[in-house]
Design a protein around this ligand. Sequence first.
Ligand SMILES: O=C(O)[C@H](O)COP(=O)(O)O
Length: 409
Amino acid sequence: MADFYQNGIITTLHNLRQRSLEELEGELRSFKKKRPMALVLPSLFSELEGDALPNIVQELSKVDYLDDIVIGLDRASEDQYRQALEFFKPLNQSFKVLWNDGPRLQAIDAKLRAKKLAPKELGKGRNVWFCFGYVLAAERAKAIALHDCDIVTYDRSLLARLLYPVANPNFNYKFCKGFYARVASGKMHGRVTRLLVTPLVRALKKVYGQNDYLDYIDSFRYPLAGEFSFSTDVINDLRIPSDWGLEIGVLSELNRNYANNRICQADIADTYDHKHQSLSPEDTAKGLSKMSIDICKALFRKLATNGVVFNAETFRAIKATYYRIALDFVETYYNDAQMNGLNLDIHAEEAAIELFAENVLNAGHDFLENPMETPFIPSWNRAMSALPDILDELSEAVTADMQEYSDAI
Ligand SMILES: O=C(O)[C@H](O)COP(=O)(O)O
């Protein structure tokens, strides 16, 4: 059984395994009148052909408290968009598929671009941003969940546990982050979370002393989880990073906009596995190497907005402190793995830490060289003020695409 310890400055909602999924879903059904619920799924077309998404769709088709599912489809040709519309048909909820590469959504993007409001980078952040715009335009959902489409261990209890804290009308949470242990096939995963984020946050605390923002990030048991839920009004003011800083960036935005007692985290799965990316030690523009640089920059940028000063010396101190703390963590993880009968490859862990330490410096260098660089997509509030009809146009474009390319929906 899990413990019920509160480890930080936000609320942790545990899974004490005392109630059935059916009971939880029954309660969610009773919430839906006051707080209608939607799910956002950022997806690549290639994920439709993978192992995870077919099972996710099957599981979701059994969920009866959810009103809407908004799927953002990236990297799909016209034919693949048609295939996607067929693929998602087993869903029993009202669903929409945003064909992000299609001519209608590209025209919306061009309109935003002309006002310098369009996302600069392709990827999950951009996809999620357009989906959020669609949810705002639909004006129905009050509670929204988002999860990745590559979860191979998915079952529908993940969604129920993720949505519950923001869907329950008696709770006041604006945002809930999911957490779990990424343990699968006899191994401990979550390399960037375990070996970069936690030790780097601890190193920054050591170098700069107590800091409310670092305490806040350190309170999340899985800060990089792609699974979170929130009340719809959160979207208006949210600036989403378009790079791999997405998860940290969203947490930072919530920290800026809300008090800590409006934010929680929930234990959403006993086991979790997903598609693993390569570490990519040879190319900093790819894989976990790129991810680690984007995450470091997201942390540095946020600290700078709190008045923290960085220079080449401080980055060297941060790197050295990070490296020592991260190496100490390897022993901790190794012993935890041993006691639980898991494998932990010490060499691979230390090689990842060496790469991440180098990338702490690379990120620091980029940060000092390009002080004006920002990966943030403007908030929907700003986009709507510049282009008041943009949400209606987005909604019409999605409906028109679905009508044109599918005859049976
Ligand atoms: O959460 C993480 O640390 C990264 O997404 C990498 O995860 P993985 O080691 O499970 O692939």
